[in-house]
Design a protein around this ligand. Structure first.
Ligand code: NAP
Length: 347
């Protein structure tokens, strides 16, 4: 049995869903893959950390976090190192990073990942910030240390976007992509089609946890822009920041515009689009577009998302993800770990 130790940096929605997933899959992991995971550390922002080389008690950790308590009581140490000190103090084969996104510079997650790679850990991350602000540097750093940095769940949660091109589609040259990458705005536009005003739709989405208390990152197109930037940086090989995307959110979409679109048999969607010519992007935009029923984007409902790639060998390849949540993001992290372990069978 291969014993693999994991250190979790971030134990919020995604971190907790990840722990529930590896607990649920424990027997399958042992029987099919010969793998036994040990979580040697958990670290948070405001709830301290726990380090235990024999394995943190995960049932208790989930209970403590649910009750808003500190994780320190589960630690074998007297202190409760957080941030980079946690990564130095906690010995593990993998860092599983799921801390909040910083859309301006990717910090502090970017530094956590660098520290872990320097310490000889593989890194799997759900965070878009380090992808956009550090993809090339982190990939090089990982290679220098004989390790991997994977981030499948950073865009479209558990749906394979990055790995499908890495593993299954060699030599493909991607010329561009188009899609709906922000679930929240798609959900809001759908609610407005049922007759709600923009404000009523936002209030409803907030009440069921689909958008944040401050929904501007979604509504103003920032979340979609950073996802577009991540795909461009990694799959098109053209580094792009969210600030460089030609961005327009959905604030200008009124119930009247929704009705006018419906009268024409169309729907408003917040569409991300990137077009490449040679080594340059001729378009990198996020904006509301009226789409007709013949478009693949027309039937993407609720919190689902979709992206269609055009390439030199497959003119159109679409990937849809229906009803994502922290569980699907957690699956992306687990898939990354298993895909890395396939490359390092003797670890
Ligand atoms: N939710 C999703 O389905 C989803 C989907 C795709 C990608 N993602 C990405 O996954 C990441 C996590 O999302 P989430 O929904 O799990 O967020 P979350 O519920 O807010 O959890 C964030 C976790 O990070 C900890 N944290 C905060 N600041 C930190 C810091 N400076 N250093 C170390 N830890 C810190 C928090 O601790 P405290 O609570 O103690 O402050 C918490 O444990 C984000 O980057 C997000 O964009 C999420």
């Amino acid at each position: 049995m291969q014993q693999i130790s994991l250190a979790l940096m971030g134990f919020g929605n995604v971190g907790q869903a990840f722990i529930r997933l590896i607990t649920k899959k424990e027997m399958e992991l042992k029987e099919k893959y010969g793998i036994n995971f040990i979580v040697s550390g958990l670290s948070t922002g405001r709830h301290g950390s726990a380090i235990n080389s024999a394995g943190v008690n995960l049932t208790r950790a989930l209970e403590l976090i649910k009750n808003g308590e500190n994780l320190q009581t589960l630690s074998e140490r007297q202190d409760s190192p957080t941030g980079e000190n946690f990564i130095h103090a906690c010995s593990a084969d993998f860092l599983v990073e799921s801390t909040p996104l910083n859309q301006y510079d990717g910090l502090p997650a970017l530094n956590y990942i660098k520290t872990a790679l320097h310490r000889g850990m593989h890194v799997v991350s759900a965070n878009k910030g380090p992808v956009v602000f550090g993809f090339q540097e982190l990939t090089q750093l990982a290679e220098d240390h004989g390790k991997q940095y994977f981030f499948e769940s950073a865009v479209m949660d558990g749906a394979p976007i990055f790995s499908v091109f890495r593993e299954a589609l060699p030599l493909m040259e991607i010329n561009g992509f188009e899609g709906i990458l922000n679930s929240c705005t798609n959900y809001l536009l759908g609610l407005m089609e049922t007759g709600l005003s923009f404000d009523e739709a936002v209030t409803k989405a907030q009440s069921i946890g689909i958008t944040e208390t401050d929904p501007s990152a979604d509504i103003d197109g920032w979340d979609a822009s950073i996802k577009l930037a991540a795909i461009s940086t990694v799959l098109l090989g053209i580094p792009l920041t969210p600030q460089e995307v030609n961005r327009e959110g959905i604030r200008s979409i009124t119930p009247q515009k929704i009705q006018e679109a419906a009268n024409e048999g169309k729907r408003w969607k917040l569409v991300c689009k990137a077009v490449r010519r040679g080594n340059q992007l001729t378009e990198a935009s996020v904006k509301p577009v009226m789409v007709s029923s013949s478009s693949s984007l027309y039937n993407i409902d609720g919190t689902s998302s979709y992206v269609q790639f055009s390439s030199d060998v497959l003119p159109g390849l679409g990937i849809t993800e229906t009803d994502p949540g922290p569980e699907t993001t957690a699956y992306g992290l687990l898939a990354d770990i298993l895909n890395i372990l396939k490359r390092y069978p003797n670890e």
